[in-house]
Design a binder for this molecule. Structure first.
Ligand SMILES: *[C@@H]1O[C@H](CO)[C@@H](O)[C@H](O)[C@H]1NC(C)=O
Ligand SMILES: *[C@@H]1O[C@H](CO)[C@@H](O)[C@H](O)[C@H]1NC(C)=O
Length: 168
């Protein structure tokens, strides 16, 4: 079992790079669901659908799904104990031949929004929030015949409202 800190710290570094210098997508919509402005209640399941960059001539290796507070947007790389707040839903893969003929961890068609008011365990208190705007952020690892030093990282985001006071 890899410790969460070992996964999250490098990913936050990636995120701050990506936000500072995003590889903007052109053409296809990236996060199909949830749509921008979707209201998601604590503990609720919500539909998730992402349009991977994997295609003929372009391989997709994995994508990471994060929930990040709005203040993460546009932040540069500055080491800090408080980059932002949010949640990691997981690292998923997508069937695209020949890189990933059989996905080992395809994304589910829905994700479950945690109730962040609950204690996190240990010293973590959790916190209630109302009408809280988060960004659902997907970072995808891909490469093509041009090559990359490491993998190319694409970033997509869609704003959602957590614990909205109205239902839609
Ligand atoms: C949410 O989805 C999970 C499976 O991912 C399921 O076990 C659970 O019952 C669902 N919850 C609701 C409220 O539909
Ligand atoms: C959701 O918002 C309500 C106020 O509208 C608040 O009383 C409640 O504690 C919030 N729930 C969570 C999980 O933050």
């Amino acid at each position: 079992m890899i410790s969460l800190t070992r996964v999250i710290v490098p990913l936050l570094a990636i995120l701050s790079i990506a936000f500072a210098n995003p590889i903007r997508r052109t053409g296809d919509p990236a996060i199909n669901l949830p749509t921008a402005g979707t209201h998601i209640a604590p503990g609720a399941n919500f539909s998730f659908s992402y349009n991977s960059l994997g295609d003929y001539g372009r391989s997709s290796y994995a994508y990471h799904v994060w929930l990040l507070a709005d203040d993460a947007m546009g932040k540069a790389i500055t080491p800090t104990t408080l980059f932002t707040n949010g949640y990691f839903f997981g690292r998923f893969d997508f069937a695209n031949y020949p890189a990933v003929p059989y996905p080992k961890n395809p994304a589910p068609d829905h994700l479950t929004m945690p109730d962040f008011s609950q204690p996190e365990g240990g010293f973590g208190a959790g916190k209630a929030a109302t009408n809280y705007q988060f960004q659902l952020v997907v970072i995808e690892e891909w490469d093509d015949g041009a090559g990359a030093v490491g993998r190319n990282l694409a970033i997509s985001n869609t704003p959602i409202i957590y614990n909205a006071t109205s239902s839609s």
